[in-house]
Design a protein around this ligand. Structure first.
Ligand code: COA
Ligand code: MG
Length: 290
């Protein structure tokens, strides 16, 4: 099942990695990119590889690694350092198209073979909206192969790349460019038939703001969200899980269509229910956790 909460941890911070394993997150993203200074990249690679080998994957906790982008020239070194230590997947920042994810997939195939791992076991989550060009390619991730499990987006790099002075409006809402990127990320994920994962909520002390933001994301189609602080994890897990009422209603819809197999449209509690609702209902039931 695709993780609901993805907690970022700077890759050179061993104590934080330890702390993060007890955060309740579904997945950790051990970061080798922007939260690690250039002078600390090597140190971070060893700490991340050691953390993966140490393997605290209790209760199904997934360990992902965010490598540096292709444009940095550091990606290969990152991948060589961590792939053999068996991360669940790689987060690819500044991905510009499905072709970038396919390129990463080919690198991973070679490294898996060298390490004696099963071909295809290392999954991929691209951050797919961080460069201006990437916005025009969000519909191409259906061509990146079977490792892709989701698409996510970022609200910081794109505004900087186009010369905008901020990613948010004066009232705190996302700029038009960011809203466009966010919506296209949802549509692009649907094209590729993978999960849409929402970006981080940077104000980590404001848990009510996070809750409202995440709830909007779920209504819009996101099924998971990234976090930067352990305190954000519980809120995200809760908001990104179906509620008891939703499950009850979804089961009603599924049952209604099962008992009326020839019906295209039915009514429940005075509301019209047709195929799109059945699809949603099946998704909600599929997203239930034990
Ligand atoms: N993972 C694990 N532990 C974390 C954490 C994280 N992402 N963020 C904070 N913590 C720990 C702190 O180390 C601290 O531990 P301690 O009590 O043992 O000292 C505790 O949680 C409370 O932290 P707090 O004082 O509230 O925050 P901070 O000022 O120490 O840290 C940040 C704030 C933003 C630096 C920190 O949350 C962080 O590093 N976030 C991740 C940044 C990142 O990876 N960015 C890249 C993607 S956008
Ligand atoms: Mg970024």
């Amino acid at each position: 099942m695709t993780p609901r909460s993805w907690l970022f941890v700077p890759g050179d911070a061993a104590a934080k990695i330890e702390k993060a394993t007890n955060s309740g997150a579904d997945a950790l993203i051990l970061d080798l990119e922007d939260s690690v200074a250039l002078s600390r990249k090597d140190e971070a690679r060893s700490i991340v590889a050691a953390a993966l080998r140490h393997d605290a994957r209790k209760n199904g906790l997934q360990f992902w690694v965010r490598v540096n982008p292709f444009s940095s020239g550091l990606t290969q070194r990152d991948l060589i350092a961590v792939t053999g230590a068996v991360p669940d997947g790689i987060v690819l920042p500044k991905s510009e198209s499905g072709a970038d994810a396919a390129t990463l997939s080919a690198y991973l195939g070679d490294l898996e073979a060298a390490a004696g791992l099963t071909h295809g076991q290392t999954k991929i989550l691209p951050i797919a909206t961080e460069t201006p060009l990437s916005i025009f390619n969000l519909g191409t991730y259906n061509q990146s192969g079977g490792r892709l499990i989701g698409l996510t987006w970022g609200a910081e790099d794109l505004p900087a790349a186009v010369g905008a002075t901020a990613s948010r409006n004066a009232d705190g809402s996302l700029s038009d460019l960011c809203r466009l990127a966010r919506s296209l990320c949802i549509a692009g994920a649907a094209v590729a038939d993978v999960a849409a994962i929402d970006t981080v909520y940077p104000d980590f002390r404001d848990l009510e703001g996070l809750r409202a933001y995440a709830a909007q994301g779920r209504r819009d189609g996101f099924t998971g969200m990234m976090a930067i602080h352990p305190a954000q994890v519980a809120v995200i897990n809760e908001v990104m899980s179906p509620t008891a009422d939703e499950i009850l209603h979804a089961r009603k819809i599924i049952q209604m269509f099962e008992t009326n197999p020839d019906a295209g449209v039915v009514s429940i509690d005075g509301k019209m229910i047709d195929l799109p609702h059945l699809k949603q209902a099946r998704r909600i039931v599929a997203a239930m956790r034990a």
